[in-house]
Design a protein around this ligand. Structure first.
Ligand code: SAM
Ligand code: CA
Length: 247
């Protein structure tokens, strides 16, 4: 009887498969989303940048078109003006952000690799939004530490998108929580890490997937119990966890 109760309790915690998992049910369904509501509405510049990025050898890193559309709408919904992005690559999420901000909006964008940013930059310039971007080449951590040193930067960001070195997300979080305003959002990308967050211990995973998986798992656990934020983990792209600062 006790075992039965336990079973029932763990069943209650499981997601309802019927009517719930449709988003991730099949590749065809994902393709349907892209073709029905994403590609037909994708701004010309984002399409051009997506196609240019598709030819690059590291194209696996780019933000997907549906996630780009999601970020663009989210930024408009929260009326974001002052934003930050850690991990730019060729700039697809950066462009989605830049297009959503008002003309005097700002994005502090950081990446250790300037070359890839410069691949996408002509498209961003052509779209007329490059003036919103302040690109800093180099690791993000020293830039964040410098920002945190100055009290006037505290609580000054409306939105921060983190899409870089997963082994540092937890360390970024301690800085970003000071820099984002109360009521503002931090989005941590790839928090479902290619589905590997639920892979059994003996699963055969690519080396880098296995390496970063432990950091993603650790981050997910830490965010789930962090009383300074409210969170929402969305199965968009490779998973994005939105954190709304509440204190
Ligand atoms: N958001 C990008 C897009 O929409 O295409 C994708 C970013 S890609 C997944 C990750 C990026 O993080 C790479 O371009 C890499 O150079 C950068 N990166 C890695 N470590 C970093 C660090 N310590 N500081 C800043 N950027 C870093
Ligand atoms: Ca990503």
């Amino acid at each position: 009887m006790a075992a039965n109760n336990q079973d029932q309790q763990s069943q209650a915690g499981r997601h309802q498969e019927v009517g719930h998992k449709s988003l991730l049910q099949s590749d065809a369904l994902y393709q349907y989303i892209l073709e029905t509501s994403v590609y037909p509405r994708e701004p010309e510049a984002m399409k051009e940048l997506r196609e240019l990025t598709a030819k690059h050898p590291w194209n696996l890193m780019t933000t997907s078109a549906d996630e780009g559309q999601f970020l663009n709408m989210l930024l408009k919904l929260i009326n974001a003006k002052n934003t930050m992005e850690i991990g730019v690559y060729t700039g697809y999420s950066l462009l989605a952000t830049a297009l959503a901000l008002p003309d005097n909006g700002k994005i502090l964008a950081m990446d250790i690799n300037r070359e890839n940013y410069e691949l996408g930059l002509p498209v961003i310039q052509k779209a007329g939004v490059a003036h919103k971007i302040d690109f800093k080449e180099g690791p993000a951590m020293p830039v964040l530490d410098k920002l945190v040193e100055d009290q006037k930067n505290h609580g000054s960001y409306d939105f921060i998108f983190v899409d870089a070195d997963k082994d540092n997300y937890i360390n970024y979080h301690e800085r970003l929580i000071k820099l984002v305003k109360v009521g503002g959002l931090i989005g941590y990308d790839n928090t479902l890490w290619n589905g590997s967050v639920v892979a059994p211990p003996d699963a055969s995973l690519r080396k880098y997937v296995r390496y970063y998986r432990d950091f993603v798992l650790e981050l997910n656990k830490a965010l789930a119990v962090d009383s300074r934020i409210e969170i929402c983990m969305l199965p968009v792209g490779d998973g994005i966890t939105l954190c709304r600062r509440i204190k």
